[in-house]
Design a protein. Structure first.
Length: 424
C-alpha cells in the first residue's frame, strides 16, 4: 500500500451536539482554517419544524477558539444536515445552507469576510464547483419518499402519491435566484421502462457533480409494490439534456467521483438475481414471500446476499459505461467512499452493527496494491444504531485534499472529527 499518513487533528467539544451531514460536501475550507458544523441540544428524535440548529465553524488553527456562529436553520435532518457547505470556486469565503422562511425552502449564502448575506428562493442539493449554480429537488415531495433525508416543514398530502406531476431535478442559478426543471420524473419513467415500475413510488435523489462541473450523476429510485427499493444510476450533462443509464442492476447506493469521467461507488452488477427483481410478476409472487429473508441477508455483514447480488465497490466509466468491480475484500461493507487527491486511495466507512458487534470504522483502500487498512475505529450510541437517528461517519475529503472529516457519536454525543491525510 502507498504510504498514508492519517492523524486526528480536531474534535468538536462535548458541550453540545455538533454535526455536518452528508458526504461529498465541503465541510473544511480549502485553506484548512475552518470546519463547518451545526449545533443542536438533542439527537434522540427526528427534527421537527419547531427545532433550530445553530450553524457556524471552528478554527482549525486554534481549536480552543469558541464556535463562531454564522446563522440558524429550522430545515435539517440527521443524514444530510441542511446542506451546509463551503461554495466554490475558492471554498473559503462563501458558506451556504438551506432553511425554511415560513412559506418555502430557500438557500442562504453568507460571505464570511464581509458578513453580508443573501437569500435564493430555492433550496440546494448539490453545488457546482464554480459556485454559481446548483441542483435541487422538491424537498416537500421528498418528505413522503425518504423522511430521514427530508425536512418536515411542509407536509403536503397532494405530494403523497406514487408519481407527482412536475417532480424533477432543478437547475438553480445562485446569482439570479432563477431555477428551472431540467430532468422530469416523467422523463425518467419513459427511459427504458421495466415492469416493476408499475404502481411504484418513484423519486430522484443523490445528485453528485463531477469535479470539472461538466456532468452529474443521480439515482432514479422506486419502491416496488412488493417491497424493497430499486435504484438506477444515471448520468447527465450539466444542463440535463443528455441523460443515460449507467447501472441498471437495481442495486446502487453510495458513490463519489474518482475523476471527472470515472465514478467510484457501491452497488450490484447485472446478473440473474438482479434481473429477476426487475419483473413485477416475479416480485409480486416469489420475491414478496422471500423479501424479509432477502433484506435480512443484505444487511448481514457476512456478505451472503452481497455475493448473490454481486454487490461490491465499482469503478464506472461515465463515458463508455464500462463497470469494473474493485476492492474485493470490502465486498460485504457498503460504505460512503471519498477519493483522496492521489486518485489511488479511497476512504470509506462501515456501519455500526449490533448483531455482529461491528463498530463504525474508517478504512482506506489502495486500488493499485489491492489492500485495505483500518484507519480508526469509533464508538457509537447502541440504542441509536441502525435507526433513522444513527450517525454514519460520512467521510469527506476537503477541497485541498489535505483533510478528511467525519460525523461520529464516538464520545456519547454527536460530534465532528477532522483528520490530516497525506499520501506518499
Amino acid at each position: 500500500m502507498a504510504a498514508l499518513s492519517f492523524q486526528r487533528v480536531f474534535e468538536s467539544p462535548s458541550d453540545a451536539h455538533y454535526f455536518f451531514g452528508y458526504f461529498n460536501t465541503p465541510q473544511v475550507s480549502h485553506d484548512g482554517t475552518k470546519v463547518l458544523a451545526a449545533r443542536t441540544d438533542f439527537i434522540d428524535r427526528v427534527p421537527e419544524p419547531s427545532d433550530t440548529a445553530t450553524l457556524g465553524y471552528f478554527d482549525l488553527a486554534d481549536p480552543a477558539r469558541p464556535f463562531v456562529e454564522i446563522g440558524q436553520t429550522n430545515a435539517f435532518n440527521w443524514q444530510q444536515g441542511c446542506m451546509l457547505q463551503f461554495a466554490g470556486p475558492d471554498y473559503n469565503r462563501t458558506v451556504l445552507y438551506n432553511r425554511f422562511d415560513g412559506a418555502r425552502f430557500v438557500t442562504e449564502l453568507v460571505d464570511l469576510e464581509t458578513g453580508s448575506r443573501r437569500v435564493v428562493d430555492s433550496p440546494v442539493y448539490a453545488v457546482f464547483p464554480d459556485g454559481g449554480r446548483a441542483l435541487t429537488i422538491d424537498f416537500a415531495r421528498h418528505y413522503w419518499c425518504r423522511r430521514g433525508y427530508s425536512y418536515g416543514n411542509i407536509v403536503d398530502p397532494e405530494k403523497n402519491r406514487p408519481v407527482v406531476e412536475g417532480d424533477a431535478i432543478w437547475l438553480v442559478d445562485l446569482a439570479s435566484g432563477a431555477s428551472r426543471p431540467i430532468i422530469s420524473l416523467e422523463r425518467m419513467l419513459a427511459l427504458k421502462p421495466i415492469s416493476n415500475m408499475a404502481g411504484a413510488v418513484h423519486y430522484l435523489e443523490h445528485m453528485t457533480i463531477s469535479p470539472d462541473g461538466s456532468k452529474f450523476v443521480f439515482l432514479h429510485r422506486w419502491k416496488p409494490q412488493a417491497g424493497g427499493i430499486h435504484a438506477r444510476l444515471c448520468v447527465s450533462d450539466a444542463e440535463g439534456v443528455d441523460v443515460r443509464i449507467l447501472n441498471d442492476s437495481g442495486r446502487m447506493s453510495h458513490y463519489c467521483w474518482a475523476d471527472s469521467d470515472t465514478l467510484l461507488g457501491y452497488g450490484g452488477v447485472a446478473n440473474p438475481i438482479n434481473a429477476l427483481r426487475k419483473s413485477r410478476a416475479v416480485t409480486k409472487s416469489l420475491f414478496k414471500a422471500l423479501l424479509p429473508i432477502y433484506h435480512a441477508l443484505v444487511k448481514d455483514s457476512s456478505g451472503v446476499a452481497k455475493a448473490l447480488t454481486g454487490d461490491s465497490y465499482l469503478l464506472i466509466d461515465t463515458v463508455s459505461g464500462k463497470i469494473r468491480p474493485v476492492a474485493a475484500p470490502l465486498r460485504s461493507d457498503d460504505g460512503h467512499p471519498a477519493m483522496l487527491r492521489s486518485g489511488r486511495i479511497f476512504i470509506t466507512d462501515t456501519y455500526a452493527r449490533a448483531k455482529h458487534d461491528q463498530k463504525p470504522a474508517l478504512l482506506a483502500y489502495d486500488l493499485e496494491a489491492d489492500t485495505v487498512h483500518r484507519l480508526d475505529e469509533l464508538g457509537s450510541i447502541p440504542e441509536l444504531d441502525e435507526t433513522p437517528l444513527r450517525c454514519d461517519l460520512h467521510p469527506r475529503v476537503s477541497p485541498s485534499g489535505e483533510f478528511v472529516s467525519i460525523d461520529t457519536m464516538d464520545r456519547g454525543v454527536r460530534g465532528t472529527y477532522v483528520y490530516r491525510a497525506s499520501v506518499t
